[in-house]
Design a protein around this ligand. Structure first.
Ligand code: B12
Length: 177
């Protein structure tokens, strides 16, 4: 299942984006491909949600006005498949709502996703707000936007940056056991 997510579905969507960018694929076809991919993902839910539990909670979302949420949804599903309880909030979540969700859910890890580079400063501000409110909270960031930066995250008060969902799972396995 993880390989299908990362090697087939994610790669297909990246290719769709490339074709859209080159004006080969119109936006309606991109929307259609997005919808089909989300449907395919949901077909794995029986398998994903029936794995043995680890008593660990992940809270995840995209930041700011970022509308790209399929990457962080995939990340959340992959954590769920590893036995984590995930609280996936999607896109356009106000900061106050994120803070409130952390208070309510008490997650072991918060994962923030950024796809478009203009939302990197928004992510940094959110990270700083979360850190000042919850000094002990484990925070991870990732997503396509970070690939174009010169390790910008090194200056942020985060616990981890990972270049892929499986890399974050690997780090989480050694950090949380
Ligand atoms: C689908 C899509 C949309 C959909 C999103 C729908 C949705 N429900 O998510 C819609 C139509 C809303 C959209 C809008 C736009 N989009 Co768009 N979109 C895409 C597309 C084709 C696919 C995105 C996707 O789902 N990829 C698949 C996922 C699974 O991959 P992923 O995000 O990389 O996630 C993986 C990893 O990065 C990682 N990961 C992700 N998050 C995290 C977090 C952590 C903590 C970790 C560890 C890992 C991790 O794990 C995932 C699994 O492997 C991409 C192409 C692409 N390259 O991705 C363009 C793309 C991202 N979009 C682009 C653009 C330009 C836009 C628009 C500005 C277009 C416009 N003019 O309106 C708007 C912006 C809207 C906004 N405010 O955000 C550009 C961005 C270019 C850039 N660098 O700035 C891209 C790259 C297309 C292109 N080639 O030009 N888009």
């Amino acid at each position: 299942m993880p390989a299908i997510y990362e090697q087939v579905l994610a790669r297909t969507m990246h290719e769709v984006g490339e074709l859209w960018h080159r004006n080969i694929l119109t936006v309606d076809k991109e929307h259609y491909a997005t919808s089909v991919t989300q449907t395919v993902m949901s077909r794995f839910y029986d398998e994903i949600f029936s794995q043995p539990r680890k008593q660990l909670t992940l809270l995840s979302c995209s930041v700011g006005s970022e509308l790209h949420e399929m990457g962080v949804r995939m990340l959340s599903d992959l954590f769920e498949y590893q036995g984590w309880d995930t609280y996936y909030m999607g896109a356009s979540v106000p900061d106050a709502a994120i803070l409130n969700a952390i208070r309510e859910r008490k997650p072991d890890l918060v994962a923030l996703s950024v796809t478009m580079p203009p939302y990197l400063p928004v992510c940094e501000q959110l990270v700083r707000n979360l850190r000042s409110e919850y000094p002990e909270l484990k925070i991870a960031v990732g997503g396509q936007a970070f690939r174009t930066t010169q390790a910008l995250w090194e200056k942020w008060p985060i616990d981890h940056y990972a270049s892929s969902a499986s890399a974050l799972i690997q780090w989480a396995s050694s950090t949380f056991g």
